[in-house]
Write a protein that binds this ligand. Structure first.
Ligand SMILES: O=C(O)CCC(=O)C(=O)O
Ligand SMILES: [Fe+2]
Length: 335
């Protein structure tokens, strides 16, 4: 009964533990998530947002338009492209900070539930606020871990580093022009507790039938982003990199130094080629966001930076759990 992903003729092919594709080589999109998805609603548009998907559908490509990204910007997933994980900046013409004229509105609070992107019924965003616990000790342990992580040079200006640090536990993760620092710990047991718990939680959310959960578990790794304050964001990008298993769900966990009292960070969703976000998800301490189905094919996402003073003293950690192709894995996880 677990398979209630919006049925769609599209296929994604999940990897088996030996690295080959599943039985038919074509697994329906129904194959990943355990909990049934009964009636996904369209993700509410931001106030004033116009989803012009219908008018653009015929012409939209994987490359963001020059109008969106600046004439020199390439597709975020192209190997020669600008780093999709750069902090949004005026130089990159990624409109994200509140300094921009006509700043994007904040989303209303979003009820827990399953959503698809407007006009894209095969996409899925599952939003579960405050679904993951995190003690202060766990937060602090993972925060301190960033001391051992080298900063990432800003791809727009390599003389400065991104405010946000990042590292990938268990896999080599290449995106855009960068390779995320791989954390080479000998086994998952030695990862910080919060990362381990996110991985375990994500794996439990995968449907055990037909080997999907075993496959996910065997190929899982965790990418961690450390945001020191509101000014640190993440530029718009897709998580459709060649190292990842195509179509496998990405489980994203948000934590705040201020725990439940923290302010939400805004996770903007952009249709490819659209200048402004069409929708947004407020992410607070303990929130779980699952991106699945065709989400990465048609839309980008990013974390909005803000200069608002209220955010100055709040750090944030984001853990994303993903399935990597075997060649990218550093730690193989036995069943
Ligand atoms: O920090 C977040 O919420 C987003 C992280 C993200 O999009 C990524 O790591 O690819
Ligand atoms: Fe992402």
């Amino acid at each position: 009964m677990g398979r209630h992903f919006p049925s769609d003729p599209q296929v994604c092919g999940h990897l088996m533990t030996d690295g080959t594709l599943g039985r038919t080589g074509k697994m329906a999109l129904t194959s990943w998530l355990l909990a049934p998805i009964r009636a996904p609603r369209a993700l509410p548009l931001l106030p004033g947002a116009i989803d012009d998907a219908m008018t653009r559908e015929g012409t939209a490509t994987c490359a963001p338009s020059a109008a969106t990204t600046g004439a020199k910007r390439k597709s975020p997933s192209s190997s020669s492209g600008v780093n999709p994980f750069s902090i949004a900046s005026r130089a990159a013409s990624a409109p994200s900070t509140s300094s921009r004229r006509g700043a994007d509105p904040n989303p209303e609070t979003l009820p827990r539930g399953d959503y698809h992107l407007p006009n894209h019924p095969s996409s899925l965003l599952r939003y579960e606020p405050a679904a993951m616990s995190c003690t202060r000790d766990e937060y602090e342990q993972l925060w301190r871990f960033a001391d051992s992580v080298a900063p990432t040079p800003n791809p727009m200006n390599r003389n400065v580093n991104l405010l946000r640090k990042q590292a990938t536990f268990g896999a080599t993760y290449r995106f855009g022009a960068q390779v995320s620092q791989r954390v080479d710990l000998p086994s998952r047991d030695t990862w910080p507790a919060l990362v381990r718990r996110c991985v375990d939680d994500a794996v439990q959310r995968v449907d055990p039938s037909d080997g999907a959960r075993d496959s996910y578990r065997a190929n899982v790794a965790a990418h961690v982003n450390w945001y020191p304050n509101g000014r640190s964001g993440m530029g718009r990008h897709r998580d459709a990199e060649p190292d990842l298993v195509p179509g496998a769900p990405i489980f994203s966990y948000s934590f705040s130094s201020a725990s439940a009292d923290g302010l939400p960070r805004i996770f903007d969703v952009y249709r490819l080629g659209a200048k402004r976000p069409i929708a947004a998800v407020p992410l607070s301490h303990g929130d779980v966001l699952v991106m699945a189905g065709t989400t990465q094919e048609t839309h980008e996402h990013g974390v909005r930076a803000t200069a608002k003073r209220a955010y100055a003293g709040e750090s944030r950690i984001n853990v994303t759990v993903r399935a990597f192709k075997p060649g990218s894995l550093a730690v193989r996880v036995e069943k």
